[in-house]
Design a protein around this ligand. Structure first.
Ligand code: MLT
Length: 236
């Protein structure tokens, strides 16, 4: 099995996803939020690129969620903090989600045979689900401000480590994947501190979202695997 790692959503060309399984990674915070929303009982999440699309797609009972400049969008029900997605807030309602990079990354990967959302919180379950799909894999790091984000690279490294354990055939990765695996191995005993000290972690903490940074840095705490089916993300 071949694993390719794309460093940011800007680097993602549609043809790189054909016949593959894509794992979209946005540790801070969109993919971690998708895991949290499904874990809290949302039946499905509609990932959309723009605020206008989100408003147009909303149906009675749907919750509008997402961020611009990391903050809740005016008039929306929820922001992009995993902690916003509690069973009480959701009450079994569908979510329409738009975020700056994460939901854009899902749309960039549309040509893939399968699209999963990977985070540190669900890395093991996500890698297992991807291995079972028996396709070559593209790990799409969403990044931040169109640049690579360290926390997404760490998650890519962890996913590669898990995939090496779960795949029945030999796993080969590209040079960037090898680098991310090394990054993860070097930091595996201080993942939370590494993320808190990287640029997105510092920015979110400064904005008052330090609790999100901590929560999103927890490894393998969920068995939820968000997967796109049609235009909706569900738990596989
Ligand atoms: C994104 O999709 O750009 C991020 O999840 C932004 C954020 O952390 O709010």
């Amino acid at each position: 099995m071949q694993i390719e790692v794309i460093s940011s959503v800007n680097e993602a060309r549609a043809d790189r996803f054909t016949h593959r399984t894509a794992i979209v990674i946005d540790v801070l915070r969109a993919s971690s939020t998708m895991v949290a929303a499904l874990e809290a009982g949302a039946p499905g999440i509609f990932p959309v690129e723009t605020v206008l699309e989100a408003r147009a797609l909303q149906r009675p009972g749907h919750l509008l969620a997402g961020e611009r400049f990391c903050r809740k969008i005016p008039g929306f029900d929820l922001g992009n903090s995993p902690d916003d997605f509690t069973p009480d807030n959701l009450r079994n309602r569908h979510v329409v989600l738009t975020t700056t990079n994460g939901t854009r990354a899902v749309h960039k990967a549309m040509r893939a045979d399968n699209i999963l959302a990977g985070a540190l919180t669900n890395a093991s379950a996500c890698a297992r689900a991807a291995a079972e799909l028996r396709r070559d894999i593209v790990l799409l790091c969403a990044g931040n401000h169109d640049d690579f984000a360290l926390e997404d690279g760490l998650c890519a490294g962890l996913l590669i480590e898990h995939l090496q354990n779960y795949c029945s055939s030999a796993v080969e990765t590209d040079d960037f994947g090898t680098a991310m695996l090394g990054l993860y191995k070097n930091s595996s005993n201080r993942v939370a501190d590494t993320i808190a000290g990287a640029s997105t972690g510092k920015r979110l903490t400064k904005m008052g979202f330090g609790r999100d940074v901590q929560r999103c840095s927890q490894v393998d705490i969920s068995s939820v695997v968000p997967r796109l089916q049609g235009d909706m993300i569900v738990n596989v």
